[in-house]
Design a protein around this ligand. Structure first.
Ligand code: SAM
Length: 283
């Protein structure tokens, strides 16, 4: 009896707005796959039809990833060749797919990338902010309190910060960034990249908020918000100040609480203040 070879999972990047950004290799892989797992099948069918790719498409989204993922791994084991795509850009980047890739790898299936568009990287490539070290935070929490807490934790970050945001929350998020990171922090707002109304604005957080307040068009579409990190010297000074405050507060408070307050007062990352402790900080 001959044993069938295990298949391969291809993780294929698709355009973030301009359909012509689907690479020839991505087209070839999508064409030869037995099955394409897509976030929104109707949306992806339009792209596939544009390229004349007739393929079987199955829905894989955050609500069914576990169940459908198990079925896909079973088929991969039987030798199927499957492509994973998302609505736009690179799968797994603020998109589903992580569980499937993990399960496929755990099952010994080969997983190969077909790299291509990604809004975060496209925005970084035109922002003119330091790009040698950056932090991708994806979407901030939807709830205002959690969003501010997340920004607070990022206040002392020296790397360029990359955030995704939707049109209905961009003005609110900018206001929170101003409140927590300060009006003068430099930032870039990349909107509708590769599309008709592509706009890349730069300025301070206060200037960007003012641009959006003055022009409703600038609040439409899809956004990547990039925020400059603080200077390394400032980061070191904040850390030193944070450690000093932490040691003072620790005399009166449990360590987790002391680290949280010291971080809020100094702007130093809470984790850095707590790094040498044995137990993890309180949530
Ligand atoms: N996987 C995608 C990628 O590789 O970039 C991201 C998917 S995430 C669900 C969608 C978010 O990405 C949007 O809300 C927006 O923040 C950002 N985004 C996607 N396309 C964009 C574009 N053309 N211009 C600006 N931001 C975009």
């Amino acid at each position: 009896m001959t044993e069938r070879r295990a298949g391969r999972l291809w993780v294929v990047a698709t355009p973030i707005g301009n359909r012509e950004d689907l690479s020839p290799r991505a087209q070839a892989v999508l064409r030869m796959c037995d099955l394409i797992a897509a976030e929104d099948t109707r949306h992806s069918m339009a792209l596939l039809m544009h390229y004349g790719i007739a393929a079987r498409v199955i829905a894989l989204h955050e609500h069914n990833e576990r169940a459908v993922g198990d079925e896909l791994v079973r088929r991969l084991r039987e030798g199927a060749t499957i492509a994973l795509i998302s609505d736009a850009g690179t799968p797994l980047i603020s998109d589903p797919g992580f569980r499937l890739v993990r399960a496929a790898r755990a099952a010994g299936i080969a997983v190969s990338p077909v790299p291509g568009p990604c809004a975060a990287i496209a925005a970084l490539s035109v922002a003119g902010l330091p790009s040698d070290r950056f932090v991708f935070e994806g979407f901030l929490p939807a709830r205002a309190a959690a969003r501010r807490a997340r920004l607070q934790a990022l206040r002392g970050e020296s790397r360029t910060l990359i955030l995704y945001e939707a049109s209905h929350r961009i003005a609110e998020t900018l206001e929170d960034c101003r409140a927590v990171l300060g009006d003068e922090r430099r930032a870039v707002l990349a909107r509708e990249l590769t599309k008709l109304y592509e706009t890349v604005l730069d300025g301070t957080l206060a200037e960007l908020a003012a641009r959006l307040a003055a022009d409703a068009d600038q609040r439409r579409g899809e956004f990547v918000l990039l925020i400059a990190g603080i200077e390394e010297d400032d980061a070191a000074a904040r850390l030193a100040e944070g450690r000093r405050v932490f040691e003072l507060l620790r005399r009166e408070l449990p360590p987790g609480r002391a680290a949280k307050l010291a971080s809020e007062i100094s702007g130093a990352p809470r984790k850095a203040l707590y790094a040498e402790r044995e137990s993890p900080p309180e949530p």
